[in-house]
Design a protein around this ligand. Structure first.
Ligand code: ADP
Ligand code: MG
Length: 232
């Protein structure tokens, strides 16, 4: 199968004053196109660091990250931003919606970077907001919605441009158990329908159950990789 994500001998070391923090220690892994993967590990194990490197939001201290055949380090800042806008969607733990914009405006925004007309953007955004069950909340601002509803808007925004890859960092971290199940069912259904590659970071084994493959992370290393036969 085609590797859409390839991580080769990647380390990330942060320097804070005179202290060195090894956030990632020689990580090598491959993810196939269309796979749903999970990075599972305790707090501080390096999960967010790894996801941010894959999304090109940070640079490795050592090693290579190749997405869709493109080594991220070889792109200029400008090209990297364009690459990210075209191929990558991101779902955040705290939703990161723009507070002054409505649900419809938040979801339309990524399409604006692609030169799609306002009318067409709104049409596409409305359709996906309907798909996530928010057709009655198009005009709502983030503060006027529950956590679960805000995360549905966050998911709609990540998927609206049909990126080939979606990254989600603790997408259910602020949600209760029932809403966690709803959000996980939604995000995995959307990824499967469009054959998108989905990488989820979590410390929650219940969330990991939705993945095809689980990468256990501990102290900046991949401890174990498991095919998830008990996938829900
Ligand atoms: P996780 O997402 O698994 O909780 P992180 O990737 O956020 O873990 O952090 C891994 C380690 O790297 C932690 O020890 C953390 O304190 C450190 N770290 C993360 N980001 C930074 C940063 N910007 N500067 C310094 N240290 C950092
Ligand atoms: Mg984290």
């Amino acid at each position: 199968m085609e590797n859409i994500i390839s991580v080769q001998d990647v380390s990330k070391i942060y320097r804070v004053g005179s202290e060195k923090v090894v956030a990632l220690n020689n990580v090598t892994l491959n993810i196939s196109k269309g796979e749903i993967c999970c990075f599972l590990g305790p707090s501080g194990s390096g999960k967010s660091t790894l996801l941010n490197l894959l999304a090109g939001l940070e640079k490795p201290t050592k090693g290579r990250i190749i997405i869709k055949g493109q080594e991220l380090n070889k792109l200029s800042e400008n090209k990297l931003t364009k690459f990210r806008q075209k191929h990558i969607g991101f779902v955040f733990q705290s939703y990161n919606l723009l507070p002054t914009l409505s649900a419809l405006e938040n979801v339309s925004l990524p399409l604006a970077f692609r030169g799609i007309s306002k009318k067409k953007r709104e049409k596409i955004a409305k359709k996906i907001l309907k798909d996530v069950g928010l057709e009655t909340h198009l005009k709502h601002k983030p503060t006027q919605m529950s956590g679960g509803q805000q995360q549905r808007v966050g998911i709609a925004r990540a998927f609206v441009g049909k990126p080939e890859i979606v990254f989600a960092d603790e997408p259910t971290g602020n949600l209760d158990t029932k809403t966690t199940i709803e959000v996980m069912e939604l995000i995995t259904k959307m990824a499967r329908e469009n054959e998108q590659t989905l990488v989820i970071v979590t410390h929650d084994v219940e969330v990991a159950r939705y993945a095809d493959r689980i990468f256990y992370i501990r102290d900046g290393r991949i401890d174990k990789i498991e095919e998830n036969s008990a996938r829900v």
